[in-house]
Ligand binder design. Structure first.
Ligand code: FPP
Length: 232
């Protein structure tokens, strides 16, 4: 089966998952985090090299304080406890987004773990926190202008948070909605899109396999013809 090298996931539906069970929204996020941890391990074990997960958009930061604080506490837990296992298993973790707006202790934890895992070769987990794709593009352009560099497809691509990484081959969105929500707009130019009604806490490895199987049947042409790209 043809595997994607880079999978990105919009982990939507945690709130509805919790509501259906009469649980607080934060419980949905906690279950979502645990699912994300197992899914990353599963994906890297299969040989997928990059997994990018949308944990908090720039817009999400203006949700009620209690929910945002709950997410911050999950990040604290992840970056003090859960990430250790990943690093031990030679995986790399990187945060994409404007971390300067996060509480200082979280910024420190992120920097420490990015540093500690920088040499990891068994998969790279990009966690998008306070991430917005439009902001990312504007930030990258401004950086190039400041450095006196010409803006080209290559220079812009390498100035993004994901600079140096391959573009996503497959973007999955759970939770029934069919939109991209300001996620990897530049990088997604030729990504295959997969939408599922399953809420993220219920997005099991089996559900992930369904997405991979769907991907393996897609004919990618990158704007060319089947013959040009060698599709049967
Ligand atoms: C969208 O569901 C999900 C989020 C805004 C947060 C996702 C965060 C996690 C899964 C935790 C990640 C933790 C780490 C450490 C990476 P929603 O709340 O918008 O769901 P709804 O649309 O059903 O209300």
């Amino acid at each position: 089966m043809k595997l994607p090298n880079h999978v990105a996931i919009i982990m939507d539906g945690n709130g509805r998952w919790a509501k259906e069970r009469l649980l607080p929204r934060g419980e949905g996020h906690r279950q979502g985090m645990n699912r994300m941890i197992d899914l990353a391990d599963y994906a890297f074990t299969k040989g997928i090299d990059y997994l990018t997960v949308y944990a908090l958009s720039t817009e999400n930061l203006s949700r009620p304080k209690e929910e945002v604080e709950g997410l911050f506490n999950l990040f604290r837990l992840y970056f003090t406890v859960n990430v250790k296992k990943m690093i031990k298993r030679n995986m790399r973790v990187k945060v994409i987004g404007d971390v300067s707006a996060l509480p200082e202790d979280i910024q420190k934890l992120i920097a420490q773990n990015e540093q500690a895992s920088a040499g990891g070769t068994r998969g790279c987990l990009n966690i998008a926190i306070n991430y917005g794709s439009r902001q990312e593009i504007v930030y990258a352009c401004n950086r190039l202008v400041k450095e006196g560099k010409e803006i080209t497809e290559e220079s812009l691509s390498s100035a993004l948070y994901t600079g140096g990484q391959p573009e996503p081959d497959l973007i999955i969105r759970t939770g029934r909605e069919k939109r991209i929500s300001n996620f990897l707009l530049y990088q997604a130019a030729y990504a295959e899109l997969y939408f599922t009604d399953v809420m993220f806490p219920d997005f099991t490895n089996e559900e992930f396999e369904k997405a991979l199987s769907d991907f393996s049947g897609r004919k990618r042409r990158f704007g060319k013809t089947d013959e040009q790209v060698g599709n049967a």
